[in-house]
Design a protein around this ligand. Structure first.
Ligand code: ATP
Ligand code: MG
Length: 430
């Protein structure tokens, strides 16, 4: 019986075995896709110094202001935070280990992130991301490549109905000019600003544009745009990204209000969104962050990256009716009698040597009860060893899926027969 007092933390989910199969399939697919673009895996700690995120993400952001799980290390008083995102840690690791010395890096990571948010569908306190970072690349080619990568992944996963929004945030000087114009503009409308926006007016007015408060949409739409402030290089960069997207037939929409939640972005930003997950419609987001490496203590170097939310992607696949794939089990091994028991475990080990996936029945019970387990296991076939079979050095092979008669087989031929069965069942999926 479940104990109601001991439960997982709200917003932090168990992923049970049936669903975990879907995660495994997803992770395999994603790994192949990343390798096709030459990205290499990096694994960072889940906990980092709080100062890293404050410096990288920015003090006046949702994440740093209200979403971080921060605590004092009880043993030495260090201020630590469960990572709310991966870019800051990834850049920290690359700098700490001199990965950028002389060579740009294409890196990816995958794992849990932690944000103290109000849990709802598609929004959790522990969630999982695949993050992709190209460090040391300046040109629009890599921005576009990352967007094309995403388009390829959606196709590979069979995800439909996602659309691409892009924008440019320009460079520091342009953002500074724009910032002053925004402050002047919003100061004329202070009465309409909500508490968040009022607080951000002089610290991070760009974020006001990101607000979803319906009461503020009208003044947000009328706010001065950044496009007018952009300098020639930033315009050329943005146009070059678009030209590559067009050449590859990737449809996009320019959304001048796409500013992203974190301070470190500049120039290209993008989001892939769907209307099919309610308010939590952004499945993947990213952009260029040329200032971040210097910001956290490295020699200045340009970079571009994105992260996708695994829960949201899987929710989209499930919306489309995707079933959790079963575990690919070849054999359920049923046995009874002392000699048979001994033989069964050796047979199981031998079949595993040949690369087959076997569940050896454990815990005894009647043949009938064991066969019921075999039927429910999803295995391709049952191998049955009773006293009769054991004496004769044989086993009974019973196909469980895709038809076929059961037959007695010499143990020496068992592996061969199972492989034949696997071959025909692949050609005739049920
Ligand atoms: P949102 O606007 O939905 O809060 P965000 O801008 O905070 O998203 P990012 O920091 O860009 O999100 O993270 C990249 C992706 O990670 C998001 O597009 C989303 O798919 C996923 N993600 C972010 N926060 C959560 C969360 N709390 N639960 C589940 N997925 C999340
Ligand atoms: Mg958020």
């Amino acid at each position: 019986m479940s104990n109601p007092t001991l439960q997982a933390v709200r917003g932090m989910n168990d992923i049970l075995p049936d669903e975990a199969q879907l995660w495994l399939w997803f992770e395999d697919t994603v790994r192949e896709w990343l390798e096709a673009y030459g990205y290499r895996n990096i694994r960072m700690p889940l906990v980092e110094p709080t100062a890293l995120f404050k410096r990288a993400i920015g003090e006046v952001t949702d994440i740093v202001e209200k979403e971080m799980y921060s605590f004092e290390d009880g043993l030495n008083g260090d201020l630590l935070t469960l990572r709310p995102e991966g870019t800051a840690s990834c850049v920290r690791a690359a700098l700490q280990h001199n990965l950028l010395y002389n060579a740009p890096q294409r890196l990816y990571y995958s794992g849990a992130m932690f944000r103290h948010e109000r849990p709802q569908k598609g929004r959790y306190r522990q969630f999982h991301q695949i993050g992709v970072e190209a460090l040391g690349f300046a040109g629009p080619d890599i921005d576009a490549e990352q967007i094309l990568m995403c388009a390829r992944l959606w196709k590979k996963l069979g995800i439909r109905d996602v659309s691409l929004q892009i924008n440019t945030l320009g460079d520091i000087a342009a953002r500074q000019r724009h910032r002053e114009k925004l402050i002047a503009y919003f100061e004329q409308h202070v009465a309409i600003l909500d508490a968040d926006a009022t607080r951000r007016l002089h610290t991070n007015p760009l974020r006001i544009l990101d607000s979803k408060n319906p009461a503020m949409q009208e003044i947000i739409v009328g706010a001065p745009g950044l496009m007018a402030e952009l300098d020639a290089e930033a315009v050329a960069h943005f146009e070059a990204v678009q030209a590559i997207l067009k050449r590859h037939g990737v449809a996009y929409e320019i959304n001048p209000r796409l500013v992203r939640g974190l301070d470190y972005y500049n120039r290209t930003v993008f989001e892939w969104v769907t209307t099919r997950l309610g308010a939590q419609g952004t499945i993947c987001a990213g952009g260029r962050f040329d200032g971040l490496i210097e910001q956290i203590g490295g020699k200045p170097a340009p970079a571009c990256g994105f992260a996708m939310g695994i829960e949201r992607l899987l929710a989209l696949l499930q919306e489309d009716g995707m079933q959790n794939p079963g575990m690919p089990l070849d054999v359920y091994l049923v046995h009874q009698g002392e000699l048979a028991n001994q033989m069964a475990s050796s047979v199981a080990e031998q079949l595993r040597d040949a690369g087959l996936k076997i569940v050896l029945h454990c815990g005894g019970g009647s043949f009938k009860a064991q066969m019921k387990k075999a039927d429910g296991s999803g295995a391709l076939c049952a191998v049955i060893i009773g006293d009769d079979e054991a004496q004769a050095g044989q086993a009974t092979l019973k196909p469980l899926r895709g038809g076929g008669e059961q037959a007695r087989v010499a143990l020496t031929e068992l592996q061969q027969k199972i492989s034949e069965l696997k071959g025909t069942s692949k050609n005739h999926p049920k």
